[in-house]
Design a protein. Structure first.
Lengths: 303, 370
């Protein structure tokens, strides 16, 4: 029983991380119906920057307040970097293709993902790189029972406020309203005076920012990064987004948690090597039986 | 066949030889290429060695890409897991022929069975998923590709795990025709495989030609251009898409069978991963969606990049001695991914119909969508 609970705990922490990445997919998809294949690799680049910054600043420690401050700065820096990069890519690559058939931006996104991967290859080198441990690994719950370390705490401390801020942003601000309007109907939104391109750029920025934050946490939590990490993590996150109902922000969070749990439990009970197959099999089954996802609404194909 | 170019004449009324040759090349490039390729091994002795093997692989990828073209090019369904069907074909063929299994069929029988079975797998995957929206379908095929790869890797008792299945006997093993042991001939001289794959490729090209203009082929295109309109004209979109899925899988499986036979092993499951799928997709898009010559050119360019251009440029850079530290930044092949990525982005931006476009596709892609 305790083993099971422990796996669930791992699953929830992992899932929070997956959810943060999934938000980047779901927001971009929600607003311009593009599967942003480059998102996973964007996060890989964020992790590269995080590693470089950590190494350069000599930030290392044992969970002192300086370390925590350093981590916050790191999250902000990588978030801005990924957000800015995402906006730049949107401006240069996707915006000229807005009126093109759907295949064009999708293939371009695959191309961008290749370019990112190559940059990451130069940045990190071909081998896996270890990310320094910045936080103590002592059990916060004490004793021999469930393990819950500062690293697990970090994930929740960063992810939960970010998500809360995001849902406030989308629900309660003018910009959020504009985002929802563009997502429903770009033409109608433009007619009532919404600057569609700016709203889309902002969405890319927010998605990228969350991805940048996720990249820092990924490095601190998993402790290994490589130039190839983007593809698989991106796929898991995308699965989470689809599972929750793509385009839906709470859906991405729920989907992320479910994927995290499935991953942890299947690694524990079926073996690590089957995890990928199980996650994607779930994805296919979900798409077949409930393509709108757990929380999404079904859309009708329009003429 | 008799294009307008044939009537072009100069002042004397006689057609200049050069124009005639050019017109002939334009109209019948396929025949010319086939004859040249068929004669090549007689003139180029290197094709009897390692080069022959490389060209054989090139032909196999051409077949694979033509299979993918049915789905992506004609029918407009984004397929990100073609390598899975390539792999299923290769593994089925291997299971039916390797000594460790009791089947030990002849290559032709095994190939036929695995092509049909893989088409069945395509149908089984397609039937429940084809009603999904376009980009969801892309994800399903991608996920399926990953599932297949992981399964091939993990079912060690059946697939041999990372070692793959081998030895796959050469086609015609144990068959003696006129004193010539075919199996031995295939094993010793790569030119046999060269001709076998060339023959298969020619067959696939002819079949695709015929399909393009058949009732089914036109239905594929109609569904791509406007599914609702096609349905209104009485075309069953689901059935048409399913047949595209099955055809695509079958052709990919044929390529897989040839691949396993020519390498005499299935190689390890990583040969059938997402990267392979994407490279083939790149080839089709780069060359021209829905265009047979475009697809062939795309594959030739991509394979040529890896096997000819990159090693040549690398050795050239080495000779120039501009890179004493051996940094990967200054090696050409270090930029491989970025070059492919940039090519995809630029093609989509400036020439979405590809290098040798099919006319329909070009017209469709340049029409701005609302």
């Amino acid at each position: 029983m305790q083993f099971f609970l422990q796996q669930c705990l791992i699953g929830i922490t992992n899932g929070a991380l997956v959810a943060l990445v999934a938000l980047g997919y779901t927001m971009v998809y929600g607003i311009i119906r593009l599967i942003n294949f480059a998102h996973g690799d964007l996060i890989m680049l964020g992790a590269c920057l995080a590693l470089t910054l950590v190494t350069a600043s000599g930030l290392a420690g044992t969970g002192t307040s300086a370390t925590w401050l350093g981590i916050v700065l790191l999250v902000a820096a990588c978030g801005l970097f990924c957000g800015g990069l995402n906006v730049a890519v949107d401006r240069v690559v996707y915006r000229p293709l807005r009126s093109a058939p759907k295949l064009a931006p999708l293939v371009s996104a695959i191309g961008v993902s290749f370019i990112f991967m190559n940059v990451g290859l130069f940045w990190l080198g071909p081998a896996d790189r270890s990310f320094p441990e910045l936080l103590p690994t002592t059990n916060l719950l004490g004793g021999e029972g469930l393990q819950f370390t500062a690293k697990d705490l970090l994930v929740l401390v960063v992810v939960v406020p970010l998500m809360a801020a995001l849902s406030l942003l989308v629900r309660c601000t003018r910009l959020g309203k504009a985002m929802r309007a563009v997502s429903q109907d770009p033409t109608a939104a433009a007619l009532v005076g919404v600057d569609v391109d700016r709203v889309i750029a902002f969405t890319f920025f927010v998605g990228g920012f969350l991805g940048g934050a996720a990249s820092v946490i990924y490095g601190l939590y998993i402790n290994t990064i490589s130039f190839q990490m983007g593809f698989q993590n991106g796929l898991y996150a995308f699965t989470a987004a689809v599972l929750g109902g793509i385009g839906s922000i709470p859906g991405a969070v729920v989907g992320g948690l479910v994927i995290g749990l499935v991953r942890a439990l299947s690694s524990a009970y079926a073996g690590e090597r089957w995890t990928g197959a199980i996650v994607f099999a779930i994805l296919i089954v979900i798409l077949v039986f409930r393509p709108e996802g757990l929380l999404g609404r079904s859309t009708r194909e329009k003429v | 066949m008799m294009g307008r170019n044939w009537q072009k004449t100069d002042a004397t009324g006689a057609m200049p030889v050069r124009a005639l040759v050019a017109a002939f090349l334009r109209e019948r490039w396929d025949l010319v290429a086939l004859v040249l390729l068929a004669l090549a091994p007689l003139v180029i002795p290197a094709l009897g060695g390692a080069l022959g093997g490389q060209v054989t692989t090139l032909f196999i990828y051409c077949i694979l890409a033509l299979g993918l073209n049915v789905m992506v090019g004609y029918t407009g369904l984004v397929h990100l897991g073609i390598a899975a069907f390539f792999g299923i074909g290769a593994y089925l063929c291997a299971i039916l022929t390797v000594p460790m299994y009791p089947f030990q069929m002849r290559f032709v029988t095994a190939a036929l069975v695995s092509v049909l079975a893989t088409a069945g797998v395509g149908l089984a995957l397609g039937a429940p998923t084809l009603r999904l929206r376009g980009d969801y379908l892309a994800i399903v095929t991608l996920g399926f590709g990953e599932v297949v790869k992981v399964t091939l890797r993990n079912l060690e008792q059946i697939t041999g795990g990372m070692k793959g299945l081998n030895p796959v006997p050469p086609p015609g093993a144990g068959l003696v025709v006129g004193g010539l042991d075919l199996g031995r001939a295939f094993a010793v001289d790569p030119r046999w495989f060269y001709y076998l794959t060339l023959l298969a490729l020619a067959g696939v090209v002819v079949a695709m030609r015929r399909l393009e203009n058949s009732r089914l082929g036109r239905a594929w295109v109609a569904v791509r251009e406007d599914e609702l309109a096609a349905a209104a004209m009485g075309i069953s979109a689901t059935r048409v898409k399913l047949s595209a899925f099955a055809m695509s899988s079958a052709v990919a499986a044929l390529a897989g069978c040839l691949y396993a036979a020519s390498l005499s092993t299935t190689a390890d499951p990583n040969a059938y991963d997402f990267n392979r799928s994407i490279m083939v997709l790149c080839a089709v898009i780069l060359g021209g969606l829905g265009s047979i010559p475009g697809t062939l050119l795309g594959v030739a360019l991509l394979v040529g990049f890896d096997t000819v251009l990159a090693p040549w440029a690398d050795s050239w850079i080495q000779q120039m001695e501009v890179n004493p530290s051996g940094s990967s930044l200054l090696s050409f092949s270090g930029w491989r991914l970025a070059i492919f990525g940039l090519a995809l982005v630029l093609v989509m931006r400036y020439r979405p119909e590809g290098l040798i476009p099919s006319r329909r596709m070009a017209a469709e892609l340049h029409k701005a969508h609302p």
